[in-house]
Design a protein around this ligand. Structure first.
Ligand SMILES: [Zn+2]
Length: 255
């Protein structure tokens, strides 16, 4: 009753379901974090199920937090892998491109701290879709209002182990020290599975977020209110995939 409209398609449709963002597929069964359920129309909720599965699989596969390698995690990963093999085989990782990563910033580790693999278009598409959904969900959670078509926004992703992204990670840590940690009250040793940082300037309707999946994938993005433009001298930001909010993330996006 308090959340009558879908927060993913710009408030244009009534919310008839609760959508889990991050998707349940990012966690072992029963480990989805409390309070990350969002009002959604059925199109926005069900329209991304393929992306949920593919993103969930990669977010778990690329998590190098040893504590998140329990039997429950392994079961989940195997199950997701099977589902992808059956239903979306084109999204399976190309194991011939697997490379161990030994370096974290300027430090070299004796054992691999991560793997890198060539990103397939199907994986990119899933990461993009879930990143865009997360942008809508976190904006709604923090700003208590809907990201609409009058907003411009982007969502992007990187692996925390990638040395070229450490400046960005440090920037988030320094600028937005408050970390919101996903957890589940019924599970005592929940571990570090999902957390995010965010910041905003209400007068410009500016919002920024970075969300981390274990010790692996980071999804981050930015939202700008109507009439605010990206500084054209900022090449990195200008080149992001900016689009209008409320874009309808389901298979039947509103036109
Ligand atoms: Zn919707």
């Amino acid at each position: 009753m308090e959340h009558p409209l879908c927060c993913f398609c710009g408030g244009t449709r009534p919310a008839t379901t609760l959508d889990h963002i991050p998707p349940k597929a990012c966690f072992p069964v029963g480990f989805w974090p409390d309070q990350f359920e969002f009002p959604s129309c059925s199109q926005c909720n069900n329209g991304t199920s393929r992306h949920d599965t593919i993103f969930g699989y990669y977010s778990m596969l690329l998590d190098f937090n040893e504590a998140n390698r329990t039997a429950k995690d392994r079961d989940r990963l195997l199950h997701l892998g099977e589902e992808i093999r059956k239903r979306y085989p084109e999204a399976l990782p190309d194991v011939t491109t697997l490379k161990p990563v030994y370096r974290v910033g300027r430090l070299f580790a004796p054992a691999p701290v991560a793997i890198s693999l060539a990103r397939k278009p199907t994986m990119n598409e899933a990461v993009q879709t879930i990143g865009e959904k997360l942008a809508h969900a976190l904006y709604y959670r923090e700003m208590k209002k809907i990201l609409t078509r009058n907003h411009r926004f982007f969502a992007s992703a990187y692996q925390i182990q990638d040395p070229s992204t450490h400046t960005l990670t440090d920037y988030f840590k320094q600028q937005f020290p408050d970390l919101t940690i996903g957890a589940r009250s019924s599970i005592k040793s929940y571990g570090s599975r999902f957390a995010y940082r965010s910041g905003f300037k209400s007068e410009e309707d500016f919002f920024i977020f970075a969300a981390q999946f274990g010790y692996g994938l980071i999804l981050w993005g930015m939202v700008l209110g109507a009439g605010i433009e990206v500084d054209p001298s900022n090449g990195a930001l200008k080149d992001m995939r900016w689009r209008n909010g409320g874009c309808g993330l389901g298979s039947e996006a509103p036109s």
